[in-house]
Design a protein around this ligand. Sequence first.
Ligand SMILES: Cc1cc2nc3c(=O)[nH]c(=O)nc-3n(C[C@H](O)[C@H](O)[C@H](O)COP(=O)(O)O)c2cc1C
Length: 172
Amino acid sequence: MGDVIDMRSFKPSDNLKNYRNALGRFATGIAVVTAIGPEDGPTAITINSFASVSLNPALILWSPDKNSRRHDTFVNAEHFVVHVLAAEQRYICDGFVKSAYAFDDVPHLYNEYGVPVIEDCLAVFQCRQYATHDAGDHTIVLGEVHRASHRPGEALVFANGAFREIPVTQQA
Ligand SMILES: Cc1cc2nc3c(=O)[nH]c(=O)nc-3n(C[C@H](O)[C@H](O)[C@H](O)COP(=O)(O)O)c2cc1C
């Protein structure tokens, strides 16, 4: 059945690309997380590790990489906002892959906690940090959602290492 990787003898130097290819078969959306750092000011990061965890209470998670220069800002932030990107917002995705501070061409406001809220995203989840958990080379950040919004539109999708668009024919 295709490529088999024995994770018991997994050596990142040999198998990492192969293992990442296996993970890449799981298609995800793309989100941008924003927060405000005491020294950095408005900070953002493009992610695909977003997931819903609990409905009651409303909890979501994402995981910043410990090797990221932005990791500590997000782990220490009491408030953060997760923005699900629409197909036409690829430029926002690309901007925050490269830089934490690429807000110049990105229309945004600030919520009552001073966190940037990017306009016109497919869905927005405004959160207060609920917990963090150590998880290997990443930290899991859980957020309690205090405000959620969404609009119709096509999602920006990441699968098999490439960006795609998913047409949405019916909108809830
Ligand atoms: C499709 C995609 C998904 C990503 N998902 C994550 C993620 O879930 N967590 C994370 O820490 N970085 C993620 N990144 C990497 C960040 O967007 C960014 O490139 C990285 O933080 C840059 O390193 P720096 O923070 O040291 O500048 C992702 C990048 C891409 C292209």
